[in-house]
Ligand binder design. Structure first.
Ligand code: AMP
Ligand code: FE
Ligand code: FE
Ligand code: ZN
Length: 280
């Protein structure tokens, strides 16, 4: 008997944050790649989820509501995903709006810094590119700089200007990991440490667990086999659940990554069992 294994992708951005695919395009792409389930995890917004769920109706594709928060620790940042969140909580939506507004103010400041260096770019250009009412971020800015010919690649924009240690970088509204995890828990989500390999500060994990972290993203596009094995091992050691995804940004970072990280469906099943416990 031929056994068809089922796969999921639990970390995907839409054009409601810094991805380039609409929620409908994400669903179409996931179906094309024969995925069984996806999670929509935009930065600081849940606005793309409803459309993705609507587009998935009668297709057999499961869409898990999610979010990605950036949190600050000392001199580095970590990203925390919330999976299975309730997207209708008014208090939660209010907080997200505040975070997104601060992103807009921060974008203005980064643009002022770029202008001071003689680079002509305006907030209007960035918003025309991103669309209004989206969670605006550095990838939008980088793409505008690239399209205008100020840099020869998106990567160069980060390396020369807006990377964390570069001259035109401005911090987002500062949220601690504890606050990010608490926000996720308030809306009955599972808090997942995103791409721990890119943070490379494993020593922070026990503290995050005390603050309510439940899972770790062992499978990620930036994790090679060794990294994945390392985080699968850490998950076992700390009794954490596992998650995984491509972190697809459409063509935002080059080409679509959706479906390129092979995450077995069993990973989602274990997360679902944890979600049932949360809802009890
Ligand atoms: P922000 O949340 O506005 O600080 O922007 C962070 C986002 O920028 C990340 O989620 C990525 O999508 C993107 N990003 C960060 N560093 C890079 C990089 N070196 N190359 C391409 N995209 C990047
Ligand atoms: Fe992003
Ligand atoms: Fe991230
Ligand atoms: Zn992401």
């Amino acid at each position: 008997m031929i056994f068809f294994k089922k796969f999921v992708d639990l970390h995907i951005h839409t054009n409601f944050s810094d991805g380039t695919f609409s929620p409908e395009e994400v669903v179409a792409f996931a179906l094309k790649n024969k995925l069984s389930a996806i999670a929509i995890t935009d930065h600081d917004t849940v606005s793309g989820i409803e459309n993705a769920i609507a587009a998935s109706r009668n297709t057999g594709l499961e869409v898990i509501p999610g979010i990605e928060f950036s949190a600050e620790i000392e001199n580095y940042e970590i990203h925390i995903l919330g999976l299975f969140i309730d997207t209708n909580n008014p208090g939660f939506l209010e907080k997200l709006k505040k975070i997104r507004n601060s992103r807009l103010e921060r974008m203005q400041k980064m643009i002022e810094k770029l202008n001071a260096l003689g680079i002509s770019v305006s907030i209007e250009e960035v918003l025309a590119h991103s669309g209004s009412d989206v969670s605006v971020g550095r990838l939008h800015l980088a793409r505008v700089l690239f399209e205008k010919g100020n840099v020869s690649s998106v990567k160069e924009a980060f390396e020369r200007f807006i990377g964390r240690t570069k001259p035109c970088y401005v911090k987002r509204m500062i949220i601690s990991p504890k606050e990010a995890i608490a926000m996720i828990k308030e809306v009955k989500g599972i808090a997942v440490l995103a791409h721990p390999g890119s943070m490379a500060h494993d020593e922070i994990i026990p503290r995050l667990i005390e603050e309510g972290l439940q899972a770790i993203e062992a499978y990620h596009i930036e994790h090679n086999q060794g990294r994945t094995q390392h985080y699968l091992h850490l998950a076992k050691k700390y009794n954490l659940l596992i998650s995984g995804g491509s972190d697809c940004h459409g063509i935002g970072k080059g080409f679509p990554l959706l479906g390129l990280v092979k995450v077995p469906y069993e990973v989602l099943e274990r997360l679902k069992l944890a979600k049932i416990k949360i809802d009890k």
